[in-house]
Design a protein around this ligand. Structure first.
Ligand SMILES: Cc1cc2nc3c(=O)[nH]c(=O)nc-3n(C[C@H](O)[C@H](O)[C@H](O)COP(=O)(O)OP(=O)(O)OC[C@H]3O[C@@H](n4cnc5c(N)ncnc54)[C@H](O)[C@@H]3O)c2cc1C
Length: 578
């Protein structure tokens, strides 16, 4: 790629830079100007809404109490899928819609972040081969509109499975079916979508919390927002408030005087296990009593999940207990020839599904569909749904904003808006050795950066050009380089050490030391960028180490309540830090 194309990318994307200057300007704008839409929450749903509204020409701002994707949107199974198990619940419409979105993300919207993944579905009897074969065949069929992006499923005999999946006990199957789906780094996806929304004019302010709503002329007309960095509160005027706060949805409704509970939080945990511990060529899906268990390939690791249980404690800090971890290991060990132990687990993460409250006792039976409501004029809430369908959820939400404001908005066109990083990605993938040679970094690093930044790779390579020491690895066992820390601060809205170690990179779950050995070095780099003094630097590192210690302690507790007490203590530390 020549210098002219590079500078073109740089010019095109200058509005997408989410550094501290963007945040300062966003807060100024919020406190001085009225916006058409104020979105609360910067998970995939809120950011999807920002992108949708901005692309329809509305003025938009997003406020997020912590970091981009700091809620559920960085803690999912990372599958962009139709959800095979929803076919058994006869949710054909939901599956078809999600598969259409999957194909759009793979081909046009985010090919740099969403990629194919294959799963092996072991079969135990002939009847099951027919039943599962029919279901998976239907799954392929529902995805078949437009060009075929993923191969059709195929059946494997017992011997072929033994060859492709040596990790499985011989007597744990009588063959298998292999099918294809898609995978994403969920936190990176939100960053890329947020930058795209900013490029279209959205203002995005992290570390700002809505603490109240205001009314005028009988409708919600704004919000009181607290900046968690300075403690300052200010008032924001807007046409409509969009409540995209996931499991916090009912809190925002309560600020408007609504007391009905609409969202039920369902906890799901995942384990991170090194790749070499499970000898498989593809991912694995196993049926469990209530749901399914996935073993998902993710760079140098496997992600094993998930669970599904009610959660009534601190929503900012859901905890995985020893019982949750043992359940996943025991279920998986039923089919593994070389069983896992807790010592094989390098990381654990926990998320809360914002499910629509329904009649079922079990959260695994609640619908994954979404609902847009306008309980009072000026406030539109979006709840439920799945990561995969965020774009459809956003379009429905902004349609409802149009109705709320009595506007004849143009139709959503986000199916035509590729995310930042996607444009020249495929072209650059074919030039890995040339880019490595030109920039002086290893081809493996170019490949790693391309899969995270797409055509924005030049932002990171430019930093390395200025200072070659930034090409060094942060952790010798993982592919992240120091330049990614600086990039996260200058371009991707990272404000705190945890943002970089947990979401911009995955050191917190991929490194056996959970990122503690890298914390000081990363904090020192961030300190240079963000003008932290020694006290601030030490408190950031101290907070991170405390959080890891509390998570480890939670993982040893048997029940949720004691585990949550540990996490609550760390939550308080974070609030004091801000
Ligand atoms: C274990 C698990 C596995 C999953 N796996 C998949 C999967 O593989 N595929 C799939 O498609 N879906 C999956 N999902 C579902 C998917 O992850 C969620 O539907 C999605 O991430 C929800 O995003 P959200 O933006 O609605 O909520 P969130 O990501 O939680 O965002 C809400 C945001 O609002 C902010 N907020 C709250 N209150 C305030 C306030 N007062 N002021 C400012 N900000 C506020 C929060 O800090 C948070 O960042 C999974 C979910 C879980 C829990």
């Amino acid at each position: 790629m020549d210098d002219r194309s590079n500078s073109l990318i740089r010019q095109e994307c200058s509005g997408s830079v989410l550094g501290s200057q963007h945040r300062r300007e966003a807060i100024r704008r919020l406190s001085e100007e009225r916006v058409d839409v104020l979105i609360v929450g910067a998970g995939v749903t809120g950011i999807g809404c920002a992108l949708d509204a901005a692309s329809r020409g509305m003025s938009v701002a997003v406020v997020e109490q912590h970091d981009l994707a700091s809620g559920t949107s960085s803690r999912s199974s990372k599958l962009i899928h139709g959800g095979l198990r929803y076919l058994e619940q006869f949710q054909f419409g939901l599956v078809k819609e999600a598969l259409t979105e999957r194909n759009l993300l793979l081909s046009r919207l985010a090919p740099h972040l969403v990629r194919r993944v294959d799963f092996l579905y072991p079969i135990h009897q002939l009847r099951e081969r027919l039943y599962a074969g029919f279901g998976i065949g239907l799954y392929d069929l529902l995805a078949s509109r437009g060009p075929r992006l993923l191969p059709r499923h195929r059946h494997l005999g017992q011997q072929q499975v033994t060859k492709n999946a040596p990790a499985l006990k011989g007597r744990s199957h009588k063959g298998a079916i292999v099918y294809s789906d898609a995978l994403v780094d969920d936190a990176r996806f939100v960053v890329s979508a947020a930058r795209t929304a900013a490029k279209l004019g959205a203002s995005i302010a992290t570390s700002t919390r809505v603490v109240g709503l205001s009314r005028s002329k009988g409708r919600v007309s704004g919000a009181t927002v607290r900046c968690l960095e300075s403690g300052r509160e200010f008032h924001v005027s807007c046409g409509t408030v969009v409540n995209a706060t996931g499991v916090w949805s009912d809190d925002i409704e309560a600020y408007a005087g609504e007391s009905n509970s609409r969202v039920r939080a369902s906890k799901g945990i995942h384990l991170v296990v090194p790749r070499h511990r499970i000898n498989l060529e593809t991912g694995l899906i196993l049926r469990t009593v209530d749901s399914v268990l996935f073993v998902i390939p993710s760079a140098n690791h496997w992600i094993v999940g998930t669970t599904d249980s009610d959660w009534h404690l601190n929503r900012a800090h859901p905890a995985a207990t020893h019982r949750d971890i043992t359940y996943l290991i025991t279920t998986l060990n039923e089919v593994l020839a070389d069983p896992l132990t807790t010592d094989d687990v390098v990381g654990v993460y926990v998320g809360l599904r914002p499910l629509l409250a329904g009649d079922s006792e079990k959260t695994s039976k609640l619908s994954r569909e979404h609902a847009v409501t306008c309980s009072t004029s000026g406030l539109v809430s979006i709840a439920g749904g799945k990561y995969t369908t965020y774009r459809v959820m956003a379009a429905d939400t902004i349609d409802a904003v149009g109705v709320d404001q009595g506007l004849d908005l143009p139709k959503s066109s986000t199916d035509q808006v590729p995310l930042i990083g996607s444009d020249r990605y495929l072209q650059l993938r074919a030039q890995i050795s040339e880019i490595a040679e030109m920039s002086g970094v290893l081809p493996a690093t170019v490949e790693h950066l391309l899969s995270r930044q797409g055509d924005r790779i030049y932002e990171v390579l430019d930093l390395i050009k200025e200072d070659v020491s930034l090409a060094e690895l942060i952790d010798p066992h993982l592919p992240y380089v120091l330049a990614e820390v600086v990039h996260a601060v200058r371009f991707e809205a990272a404000l705190h050490l945890e943002d970089v170690l947990t979401r911009r990179t995955r050191l917190s779950i991929e490194s056996p030391d959970r990122g503690t050995n890298s914390a000081l070095r990363v904090a020192e780099l961030m300190a240079r960028e963000l003008n932290w003094d020694r006290n601030k630097l030490e408190s950031e590192v101290g907070h991170y180490l405390d959080r890891v210690a509390a998570e480890r302690a939670s993982n040893e507790q048997l029940d949720d309540v004691t585990a949550d007490a540990q996490r609550l203590a760390v939550g308080e530390i974070r609030d004091n830090l801000n």
